[in-house]
Design a protein around this ligand. Structure first.
Ligand code: ACO
Length: 444
């Protein structure tokens, strides 16, 4: 060990073994510190012991946008971004999208295990019987401007739910936790559909308990004067698969928002409203909306080379490409791509699909994208399905929020039960002025 003195890291915890430790020499003092490596990580707090003097605050780690910081331990979702692997509770996304339903996946995410038949029936019954919302929620949605963005309506209304369920403030009460999970998963499609109908000036459609989760959502979106809405099985299944694919994605921006806000011990509705807000952003859930706008702008396959030049010159961004974690083809994009054709078989061809396929092909042949490991992400093709289903682009992110709710709830539950967590409050490196003299307004 180099240096004068060796300090033990991890809050005075166990001494690190030579193989599972990191030796850091502070060249300012010549001292060497040993830090334990666990699961490929060192603890940022261990750096605090590295000081130049007794009254020094100690070293911090600087990581804007959390590019290399693990904020939690989690057992919910596993991603290997280089290999293109996504698993919920250990089950591959390929198997789940092939054999499962969204509601079963939601149960898996929240409870950690696939349900037995009896548990599933109970779960489905509970979700189905909590799809209605208080009439005042409906009235408050009616008060939005006729052209309000449905995502803005959704995020405000999810936040408002907390006022209808004040008991949810008891965040450690198991019954309240279960009720919040059921209510949020059950009501999200209702709120999403109300926001959609509001935009069109159509009456809101109440849930139909005879239909399953995706069928009921389609009914609330599209039912008109008919006595009973009869959804096409293929469209309902495609929607259910999209729900499965979007259910969770470990510590993505919106989940981080839910956890960050949830760490204040606020009720789950308010925490999940923060997730909806984060999802609204064009670099996150808003990307699928942007993909369709981009394909519209490109207009024809002839214009693809010019568009790609613009991307390379940094005048444009190829929306639906690239991912913080995946440096390979996003496995969800591969599954969605297969379903695009099935949906278009029912709804008719889309000229945008031709542009999307050609654009993907050219980008994947281009060094600019291959060097940076930029591949299609989940949003590249999902917008095409939503559009084929008759959804306006403004609804795309809203539909994303429906299944992501189960992931947010699962992650929030994990946060609440995690003794290592505390209020999420990062540090800063202050780079502004200090100790300035106030100058009166006449003298400035
Ligand atoms: N088009 C063109 N260039 C890109 C793109 C893109 N879509 N994505 C990344 N790059 C380039 C960057 O300019 C950068 O190049 P440089 O190293 O020469 O400066 C390099 O690739 C690395 O990109 P970063 O922006 O550093 O990657 P980061 O991890 O911060 O961003 C993100 C990831 C936000 C998803 C980014 O790839 C992006 O903006 N994609 C388009 C938006 C999108 O599709 N978002 C959906 C993500 S999936 C989801 O939220 C569900």
């Amino acid at each position: 060990m180099a240096g004068e003195e060796t300090h033990k890291g991890r809050d005075g915890g166990g001494v690190a073994t030579a193989e599972e430790s990191l030796s850091v020499t502070d060249n300012r003092t010549g001292q060497t510190y040993e830090m334990e490596i666990t699961d490929g990580t060192v603890r940022a707090m261990d750096f605090r012991a590295i000081k130049v003097s007794e009254d020094d605050f100690g070293l911090m780690t600087y990581d804007p946008a959390f590019k290399n910081t693990a904020s939690t331990r989690s057992e919910v979702t596993y991603i290997d971004g280089d290999a293109g692997i996504l698993e919920y509770r250990g089950y591959s996304i390929e198997q789940l999208s092939e054999h499962s339903t969204y509601l079963e996946v939601a149960y898996l995410l929240i409870y950690g295990e696939l349900p037995t038949k009896q548990q599933y029936e109970r779960w489905e019954h509970d979700i189905t019987h909590h799809t209605y919302v208080h009439e005042n929620i409906k009235k408050s949605m009616e008060a939005f401007r006729y052209d309000a963005h449905p995502m803005g309506m959704l995020l405000a209304t999810v936040g408002a739910l907390s006022t209808f369920y004040p008991g949810s403030n008891n965040i450690n009460d198991e019954h309240e936790q279960c009720m919040a999970a059921v209510r949020l998963i059950a009501k999200m499609p209702t709120l999403a559909a109300f926001a959609y109908r509001h935009n069109l000036g159509l009456p809101y459609i109440y849930p139909d308990n005879d239909l399953n989760y995706p069928e009921n959502f389609l009914s609330m979106l599209f039912k008109m004067a008919e006595w009973k809405y009869e959804p096409d099985d293929r469209l309902a299944r495609a929607l259910d698969v999209l729900f499965i694919l979007h259910a969770d994605h470990e510590q993505n921006a919106s989940t981080n928002a839910v956890r960050g806000v949830g760490s204040t011990q606020v009720d789950p509705y308010s925490a999940i409203a923060a997730g909806v807000s984060a999802l609204y952003g064009p670099l996150h859930g808003g990307a699928n909306e942007q993909v369709l706008r981009m394909l519209d702008r490109i207009g024809s396959t002839d214009n693809i080379p010019d568009f790609l030049e613009g991307v390379k010159n940094r005048e444009e961004r190829l929306m639906g490409f690239g991912h913080r974690v995946y440096k390979n083809y996003d496995p969800r994009a591969r599954i969605i791509k297969r379903h695009v054709d099935q949906v278009l078989d029912v709804t008719g061809k889309s000229p945008k699909l031709e542009i999307a396929v050609e654009l993907e092909k050219r980008a994947l042949d281009d060094e600019f994208f291959t060097e940076r490991k930029l591949y299609p992400n989940v949003d590249y093709y999902s917008g095409l399905i939503y559009e084929a289903l008759g959804m306006p682009t403004a609804m795309f992110t809203v539909i994303f929020a429906i299944p992501r709710t189960s992931g947010w709830v699962a992650q929030w539950l994990e946060l609440v039960g995690d003794d290592e967590q505390a209020i999420a409050r990062p540090r800063q490196v202050y780079s502004g002025y200090r100790e300035r003299e106030y100058v009166s307004i006449d003298e400035r």
